[in-house]
Design a protein around this ligand. Structure first.
Ligand code: NDP
Length: 335
């Protein structure tokens, strides 16, 4: 049994690779260059006999995945830009993410009739209604879709985070629309993680070039934040659980056509600063001083469907952050 995972060099994808490799799958993964393939190999050295590569320089090129999809039994599509500041919302976020999804699905339909299941990495970004703000008393679930419009998100003045969330929304919708319209041999499941934290399984070149959600934690301990920043999204999950969710959705017949909100629960940056200082008192002075505060009156999040239907359980915030901070400290020593 062989699966194709797109974007094998990413923070999330490295754990998706681990989750499949630990279950004896053969994994083919797309990367943008041979140089990246060599880097990814270094992070999965013990499984190289079951890991292979396909070079796809740009995820959005039509036909770009025609060769990569041949001969696999299933596809996990994770590759898309997770950046919150771009020059051009449409060129740098919306088109690569939406067209990337279409490119992968079209290549499968044309070149592989044995694929039965495609799992897409979507996001809480495709669930949350950003205009509603803190939305106290409301609980977000898989039933919610971000109501953003393409016009609002592609506008040059639109903030990067709005366009990022829109890119994930339209790409996930495009996947379900593709199945409804083209009736291919496969069906789609989607995984919707909120902010993903925890230790990396991919090789990190430099602490200055972390992926977006890892940088979100590192800034809380590298001295760059003098006070606890405002929390942007009140939901998080550990990256190891995100890897597991992809396999569980891939293997579950019940998951056909279903989206899963894979969240461990709510959190604030204040809680994260508390956890860091409690476990690493030597970092006092580098971490913003947490305030005495109760959990803010904001929306809730539900992982009930992921627990019930995928059998997920979730790593707690303290474990996740402690493991990630340990890794950052080791990387600091190395550099
Ligand atoms: P990374 O930046 O670590 O990984 C992004 C991956 O996508 C990399 O493999 C990157 O390749 C690839 N990629 C980006 N743009 C292109 C492109 N135009 N053509 C080909 N490949 C491309 O981010 P994450 O691991 O965090 O994100 C992975 C997925 O998880 C994304 O779909 C993201 O939206 C989703 N997600 C992440 C969350 C988080 O908090 N981290 C939360 C919710 C969803 P390269 O390395 O060569 O640039």
């Amino acid at each position: 049994k062989t699966v194709l995972v797109t974007g094998g060099s990413g923070f999330v994808a490295a754990h998706v690779l681990n989750s499949f490799l630990s279950r004896d799958y053969n994994v083919r993964t797309t990367v943008r260059s041979q140089q990246t393939a060599e880097k990814v190999k270094k992070s999965h050295e013990k499984d190289l006999d079951r890991l292979s590569f396909a070079i796809v320089p740009d995820v959005a090129t039509p036909g770009g995945h025609d060769e990569a999809v041949k001969g696999v039994d299933g596809v996990i599509h994770t590759a898309s830009p997770f950046v919150l500041q771009v020059e051009d919302n449409e060129r740098d976020l919306l088109r690569p993410t939406i067209d990337g999804t279409s490119s992968v699905l079209t290549s499968i339909q044309k070149h592989n009739s044995t694929v039965k299941r495609v799992v897409i990495t979507s996001s809480f970004a495709a669930i949350i209604d950003m205009d509603k703000g803190a939305r106290s008393g409301y609980t977000y679930t898989e039933k919610d879709w971000n109501p953003v419009t393409y016009e609002a998100a592609s506008n040059k003045e639109s903030p990067g985070p709005v366009s990022y969330c829109a890119s994930k929304t339209f790409a996930e919708q495009a996947a379900y629309d593709f199945v409804a319209k083209n009736k291919p041999n496969f069906n789609v499941s989607s995984i919707c993680p909120p902010m993903v934290y925890g230790p990396a399984a991919h090789s990190i070149d430099s602490l200055d070039k972390l992926n977006t959600s890892s940088a979100d934690i590192y800034r809380l301990m590298n001295g760059s934040e003098k006070t606890v920043p405002d929390t942007n999204f009140f939901a998080w999950v550990d990256v190891r659980d995100v890897g597991e969710a992809h396999v569980k959705a891939y293997e579950s017949s019940e998951a056909a056509g279903q989206r899963y909100f894979t969240t461990a629960g709510g959190y604030t940056y204040n809680q994260i600063c508390e956890i860091i200082l409690k476990n690493f008192p030597e970092l006092k002075g580098r971490v913003p001083e947490p305030k005495e505060e109760k959990f803010p009156d904001v929306y809730g999040v539900s992982n009930e469907k992921a627990r019930k239907e995928l059998g997920m359980s979730f790593i707690d915030l303290e474990t996740s952050i402690v493991d990630q901070v340990k890794e950052f400290l080791a990387l600091e020593k190395r550099s």
